[in-house]
Design a binder for this molecule. Structure first.
Ligand code: 8YV
Length: 318
């Protein structure tokens, strides 16, 4: 049997070596980071398998470029960039990499929260600028004893809640269904924000969750409240957020994800009460390698005619 053509939308220089080796053992790997603008290899159109990630729009126009496609493996948990109805219609299987990244993403949520409350990025800049001998840095805020509102008590949200308990915080959450947990459930984002000192957003991106954090939610969070977003930029109405930060209607925000990433609104760059990161919550060597392993397991299962290990719900299944 001829080796299957595997097209990676992820550029070669960004791929973990173990993932590249693993894929090469399974097929002929071609790198086509921008297939809508034309193929670099003529064989790309023969692809049976596509490898993608969170920042790629794998929708009808892109799928049209790959008429032989049977499977797509996403290097991440969120699949908001994939048009599931098209996958189902064309009979293309889709896998993702849940669970293996939950702990690191939750930890990064706390890294951002602590960076915001204890002002670590500002403190670092203060010392490096030689200001310490002549100036007082000022104070931060504690997190223990405070209320953390976790919007979305799914896989990552549940780990966040465990971490929060270790920090001696009170936990509240929103979720579609009541969970068997000792935390307080809120009916919607606004009532969670009203209750919380810190609102951490960790729900999947989708048309339904677009701008769920709007001006009303930010006002409910209030002038002492802080927002952390480790999910998707589009969950937050960025214009409303910038206005609320500028007017002191919330105290601060820590963001790993942005509506138009990798572009970040210029006004955010100049604000002191924000902490910014370039979408790196799952970005540790260990987790990215675990994600690579899971992605490879899925591709292997597909080639062996077995059920995918972590199939995206709603995508095609035999
Ligand atoms: C990316 C993410 O997967 O898992 C997700 O949904 O957004 C990230 O963990 C990661 O940046 C690799 O593409």
């Amino acid at each position: 049997m001829t080796a299957p053509v595997i097209v990676s939308l992820i550029p070669e220089k960004l791929m973990r070596p173990k993932m590249l080796e693993g894929l090469r053992a399974l097929g002929d790997v071609l790198f086509e980071p921008d297939p809508l603008s034309g193929f670099q290899s003529e064989r790309a159109a023969e692809a049976r398998i596509l490898v993608g990630a969170h920042n790629m729009q794998v929708k009808k126009p892109l799928l049209d470029r790959f008429p032989e496609l049977e499977m797509t493996a996403d290097y991440g948990v969120g699949f908001d960039g994939y048009e599931l109805a098209e996958f189902a219609r064309r009979g293309i299987a889709l896998s993702n990499t849940p669970d293996v990244l939950s702990r690191d993403v939750a930890d990064f949520g706390f890294a951002l929260l602590l960076s915001l409350t204890r002002r670590t990025a500002e403190a670092d800049a203060f010392v490096r600028a030689g200001r310490w001998p002549n100036e007082d840095f000022g104070l931060g805020r504690r997190i223990f004893g405070k209320r953390i509102g976790i919007a979305g008590l799914g896989r990552i949200g549940s780990v966040l809640a465990q971490r929060a308990a270790a920090f001696e915080m009170e936990v509240g959450y929103t979720a579609r269904h009541e969970k068997p947990v000792p935390y307080k459930r809120f009916a919607d984002m606004k009532s969670l924000a009203e209750w919380a000192d810190f609102l951490v957003v960790v729900i999947p991106g989708s048309p339904e969750t677009h701008h769920l954090v709007n001006a009303e939610v930010l006002d409910a969070l209030g002038p002492q409240g802080m927002l952390v977003n480790i999910a998707r930029g589009a969950l937050v109405d960025t214009e409303a957020l910038i206005k609320a930060l500028r007017e002191g209607r919330i105290a601060g925000a820590a963001l790993d994800v942005f509506e138009h990433e990798p572009h970040v609104e210029t006004e955010l760059l100049g604000m002191k009460n924000v902490v910014l990161a370039p979408h790196i919550a799952s970005g540790t060597f260990e987790t990215r390698d675990d994600m690579a392993d899971l992605l490879l397991e899925n591709v292997r299962a597909f080639l062996e005619g077995k059920p995918l290990v972590t199939r995206v719900p709603g995508s095609y299944t035999e």
